[in-house]
Design a protein around this ligand. Sequence first.
Ligand code: AMP
Length: 585
Amino acid sequence: MSWPVIRKSAAERAGANLEDYDAEAAAFDWAAARAELSGLPGGGLNIAHEALDRHVAAGGGDRTALRWIGRDDTVRDLSYAELTEQANRFASLLRSLDVKPGDRVYAVLGRIPELYVAALGTLKAGAVFTPLFSAFGPEPLQARMEIGEANVLVTTEALYHRKVEAWRDAIPSLRHLLLAGCPGAAPARCIDLEAALATADPVFETVATRPEDMALLHFTSGTTGRPKGAVHVHEAVVAHHVTGRTALDLRPGDIYWCTADPGWVTGTSYGIIAPLTNGVTLVVDEAEFDAERWRRILGEQKVTVWYTAPTAVRMLMKAWDSDPRPYDLPALRFMASVGEPLNPEAVLWGVEAFGRPFHDNWWQTETGGIMIANFASMDIKPGSMGRPLPGVTAGIVERAADGSVREALEPMALGELALRPDWPSILRGYLHEEERFRKCFASGWYLTGDLAMRDADGYYWFVGRADDVIKSAGHLIGPFEVESVLMEHPAVAEAAVIGLPDPIAGETVKAYVALRGGLEAGEPLRRDILGHARKRLGPAVAPRDIAFRQNLPKTRSGKLMRRLLKARELGLPEGDLSTLESEER
Ligand code: AMP
């Protein structure tokens, strides 16, 4: 089925930050983009300086930086000057704890003001900020803190007791635990963050980091091996800032709501950095998704730019089925979505319900910022991710047997989405994993691991992942991490994990398990294994369902053939089986 193109009017084009895509893409220059930022007074570049200090120095300190809405609807505003002062206190606290530039500060926090203070304070201190999903269970948290050699963890007292306390001593690098929300005293060997900030020095000179100094460490998942720590540097702020302006149409004075989880890269790049460098007011809602609450927040806060995700859009559509009241949001100017394929129905539902379409855009942890987007001024082809950002060269490539790649220039050729690796926020490495990093590049391209097509007008169309990684409700889930935890269960001999299509979450995780000899498959054991996985991995990552199998399909070299399990589950062609072990045929 082909969907109607959503045309933009002349007024919409003229009113957009990026007015003329072709002209601006042709003229774009990253050095000029860099000049939009001030840099540190004595030289160097620091993300927090661009997000905070720069505005305060220019007299913008009174503007609201953060409007926080608590679960109980309490509202707390922090101006740019106040957020700067809090971040200074956090940076002073780190210094008093002997945390040095380059040290790693992890945050496992929900959407509370301390998250923003910790992120910006860490960057001010020249340390490296790493957010993790608070929905992770103990296993994924510990693995990521081990790989990244965490020195400081900022979390809440409740999360600490539930998820960290039992193994904190297993991470030798971990020196300090700073806990938010400890009424009374902090637990043993932890620091009460609120009390410590109250006495910390509110004056702190932002550390003069260099553009290539590490600033952020974001974890992502691959098909094999442990999670990967993608290293990002301060220079990334140039891309955050520019893409915020062009792809999200942000401008000073906007009321901007990004609904991303703080543990996901979007929660940092577009939940903290890009909006603040662009001088907007960030709306932050502590609560989880609720269709009625979201409707209310959009209206009451007069949100002008809203950045959300397909799973949330689909949940809103579901709520709409039983309550189709149009949204009355005269202030709302631009709606964007990221993280998973946005179905054309959802784009058009935006027009029906909000009077404006959702603008899909594409990027990934490794790219640090938006790479392909539907811009405010550009016609939308529903189902397409849009066109490459000015300054970004994208291509569709095919891999040859010798490892080189060749660009496929014919329209709608299917291949891997690739990017020329020359934008400021590209990852600088996977921490301690040189070989995995090297494999991302071939013939002058960065290979994204996604399959896509480009049409004759230069619009990109997402087709699927080139690997077995699963995307569920926006979470990228590495099957290996889930399989490893399943295999810790005493009854499990082998496990394979795949993603199955789901109308709301995009995909859900399904596991196939072969039991140890002599064990009887049955409901009690199924429930026990599911419970084990939920406890160790957390509900966002654990399988929804488990099926028992005598054997799991493997190649002759012993690699799980997850694709075959998936094809069988979905009744699809099984493809080339020449490498399948003979007893599995
Ligand atoms: P993450 O690194 O967790 O942000 O996940 C990045 C991956 O999410 C990409 O490589 C894609 O597979 C998927 N993704 C992100 N944005 C989109 C989009 N607009 N359409 C389809 N898939 C997307």
